[in-house]
Design a protein around this ligand. Structure first.
Ligand code: ADP
Ligand code: ZN
Ligand code: ZN
Length: 750
């Protein structure tokens, strides 16, 4: 049987829709591996060009007689771009997409303008710069200018990317400093290799015993994987409580990887990529750091990509997509806050950065370090079962910094005491104490579950689905619905448990909280941070900076205020309604609530004064509240894993969702039913199939939406059933008017 390969001859994404097929001569067959470079004849004159193998198969896609033969195959292991192409193939297989969609995920779009003009800022006059620095230090508003001048005096010249992305200097500040004689702009064709140089004020942190042990163990085990890669030695979960010094552990490991001449990718959720975070890395490693974020234009992304490929940077810090940095000598991938939902892509291919990072690390012979105070139940299970190796940090690292005291307030009790306001009595009192002492506080309201579970305000009873053990969601016209099985019922007039008429959808927004707090505490200075107040590019960092500088007493916000910020004067954190994320109608709601509460509590008492956390809830006895209040991850995990096992949710079983969207309600449902019946008739009886049922959003953009959930212990079986369904859809044009999407281990309900 002949072997054929798919080849791309130009990786610029705009031309990826042309993939060419070639025949493989028998003697070259053993060398065919996706990602390797090949020499092929191309075009009318059969000019010899270089390409990459993107696929392998036994079927010719057009007339075999016209097909050309591959000339030669590189027998080296695939270099960066080849590895990324192999990774695209892995993504296609695991998450379901076309090869072109997968390639577009891992390779950047080439800019139309070919010429890259590289801009640098150069120290022009040392004395003038020092004088300007002295003057700028006098003025609190000139902080950005101080940052720029300090870096310039240290390094002599700064790449433009460092100035805008890492130091976050605005065009206005740049212009002002350029006007002086201290600095000038130069543009050149070449990139210089930026240096690893520590910032002037940088002081080495002496690692404590726990940190040192984690670094040594990870390094020793990881080193054995250079040649013989084994997941249990190469993948490490660092479970460290908030403030235990995980970032210091990452940096110590990064130092060692760089010493070996290898490169590092650090993934951080976009929301935590603040100046505060980035400058910690910059102070230690200088401008060999490159930053990726979603604000970059296509051209800028392409520039960053090329910088990394040429070796002009050896550390890439960024969100999910930074995983595809084309490093040739990748030594380590670090994923901070590995439990974050942002690590899963919302568009096809719906890949998860954690799983994909492990696949890439295996190709590169690299290590993976996953860090979190609240590891995902999936990762923690892998660690307990020995698929990853587990390391713990159990103490706060800063001298004298202790975990805060947590108090749970029962809102049902407040209701009984006729307090129908947003603030319970204990929280009010604590706020007064905090304000009187001149300390700061954060009030956290979780709006994620806003779309509404239904509960009784007097006994806390929550309306749930009798078949699925998830809460029902309120829809229009008093209909309550289950996302998982489609069960529907009417909103009851009275609470089925206690008969009280106070049963309703629950929800309160940040604006309402702000107005309420301002009338209750007219003397306090209040800042609000949510989607509305942070629509501009720098709004978020401005609000955080103002708060850090003591420009406000109270910061009110959604989950974006709880992520990784370190304010040493915050001594009180109030969680206004912990329940809001508890019944969002999917199996991950307890895990999310526990994570949010733990992270929120971790904001208090980061300095030397003790912190206090008050959690207001209608469900004080729910295990995700009690364990979060006790800062007891292990206790939470033990309860949660029992629930997952009982219900066969991940990691107890793997899950795959099929979403069908069509203009005709009946036809769309029938299509899903047909696929299910076909699969059952073929030999997929062992796959548990739930549905078809209406999706959570049952109609969007005039399309009706149906879901089918498939569960099985073995991922391969889910890939097989997906291939079967896709094969059927490709062969029959019966449902060509309906869109189908597969999602492997989905984390949001659709
Ligand atoms: P995490 O990432 O686990 O939340 P960080 O690395 O941000 O923790 O550390 C929390 C705080 O403790 C930071 O202010 C950091 O500078 C400090 N810190 C970390 N390690 C040490 C150490 N070994 N000695 C003193 N302070 C430390
Ligand atoms: Zn149900
Ligand atoms: Zn009730």
């Amino acid at each position: 049987m002949s072997l054929y390969i798919d080849v791309i001859v130009d990786i610029s994404v705009s031309r990826l829709d042309r993939i060419f097929q070639y025949r493989v001569p028998e003697k070259l067959e053993p060398e065919i591996i996706v990602g390797r470079q090949v020499q092929v004849p191309f075009g009318k004159g059969n000019r010899q060009v270089q390409g990459f193998i993107v696929g392998v198969g036994h079927e010719a896609s057009y007339d075999e007689k016209k097909m050309k033969d591959v000339l030669a195959v590189d027998d080296d292991a695939p270099a960066a771009q080849g590895q990324l192409i192999a990774l695209a193939e892995w993504i296609r297989l695991h998450y379901g997409s076309t090869m072109v969609q997968a390639l577009k995920t891992v390779l950047p779009v080439r800019r139309h303008v070919r010429e890259v003009r590289h801009v640098e800022y150069v120290l022009a006059d040392k004395a003038a710069a020092e004088e300007l620095l002295q003057k700028s230090r006098q003025n609190k508003r000139d902080k950005a200018r101080v940052r720029l001048l300090e870096a310039l005096l240290r390094e002599g010249r700064l790449p433009k990317e460092t100035v805008t992305e890492i130091l976050q200097i605005s065009p206005a500040t740049l212009k002002a400093v350029l006007k002086s004689s201290a600095m000038r702009e130069e543009s050149s064709q070449i990139y210089r290799n930026p240096v690893r140089q520590r910032l002037g004020g940088w002081k080495e942190t002496i690692l404590n015993d726990e940190q040192r042990r984690a670094v040594e163990e990870i390094w020793q085990q990881g080193m054995t994987c250079r040649m013989n890669w084994r997941q249990e030695k190469a993948v490490h979960l660092l479970h460290g409580i908030t403030g235990s010094g995980k970032t210091e552990v990452y940096m110590a490991l990064m130092e060692r990887v760089l010493d070996e001449g290898r490169q590092v990718i650090v993934l951080i959720p976009e929301i935590s990529l603040t100046l505060q975070t980035v400058s910690r890395f910059y102070e230690r490693f200088g401008s060999c750091i490159a930053i990726m974020n979603s604000r970059l234009s296509e051209g800028e992304r392409y520039d960053q990509y090329m910088r990394a490929m040429r070796g002009d940077a050896s550390i890439m810090i960024g969100p999910r997509s930074a995983l595809f940095t084309p490093f040739d000598r990748l030594g380590m991938i670090i994923i901070d806050e590995e439990h974050e939902a942002a690590y899963k892509s919302e568009t096809t291919p719906r890949y998860h950065a954690r799983e994909t990072a492990i696949a890439r690390a295996e190709m590169a012979g690299a290590m993976v370090v996953l860090g979190s105070a609240t590891p995902s139940v999936v990762s923690y299970t892998s660690a307990l079962e020995g698929q990853y190796s587990l390391h713990r940090l159990t103490h706060r690292a800063k001298e004298g910094s202790l975990l805060p005291e947590v108090q749970v307030v029962d809102l049902r009790e407040e209701f009984r005491m006729k307090n129908r306001g947003i603030l319970s009595r204990p929280l009010r009192e604590a706020m007064e104490v905090c304000l009187n002492r001149g300390e700061q506080m954060m009030l956290f309201i979780n709006r994620r579950g806003y779309a509404g579970f239904v509960s009784c305000r007097s006994c806390g009873y929550v309306m749930t689905c009798g078949h699925c053990d998830v809460s029902l969601t309120a829809h229009h016209y008093g209909i309550l619905k289950c996302h998982y099985c489609g069960y529907e019922t009417r909103m009851p007039e009275r609470c089925p448990s206690c008969g009280s008429p106070y049963i309703a959808g629950f929800g309160v927004g940040t604006q309402k909280v702000e107005a309420f707090v301002k009338t209750e505490f007219p003397q306090a200075r209040v800042l609000r941070m949510d989607r509305d107040t942070t629509s501009g590019k720098d709004d978020m960092s401005k609000i955080l900076q103002t708060f850090a500088d003591g420009g406000a007493d109270i910061l009110i916000g959604t989950q974006m205020i709880v992520k990784g910020h370190d304010f040493s004067n915050v001594t009180l954190v109030g969680v206004l309604a912990a329940d809001l994320s508890m019944f969002s109608g999917d199996y991950l709601s307890s895990e999310r609530t526990f994570q949010l509460l733990t992270q929120a509590a971790g904001r208090a008492g980061r300095g030397s004064r003790p912190g206090k956390v008050i959690i207001q809830t209608y469900q004080p006895e729910h295990y995700c509240i009690t364990t979060a209040a006790a800062q007891d991850y292990e206790g939470f995990y033990q309860q949660e894993i029992q629930f997952r096992r009982m219900m066969r949710y991940p990691p107890a079983a793997q899950m795959q969702m099929l979403l069908a969207e069509g203009a005709d309600d009946g036809r769309t449902e029938a299509a899903v039913r047909k696929l299910k019946e076909m699969a059952e008739a073929a030999d997929f009886k062992n796959v548990e199939m739930i549905g078809p049922s209406k999706a959570n959003v049952s109609r969007a953009k005039d399309m009706y939406r149906y879901v089918l959930y498939m569960k099985h212990e073995d991922e391969k079986e889910l890939i097989r059933i997906r291939d079967f369904m896709e094969g059927y859809l490709a062969w029959s044009d019966q449902f060509s008017d309906i869109y189908f999407t597969f999602d492997y281990n989905p984390i949001v309900s659709v």
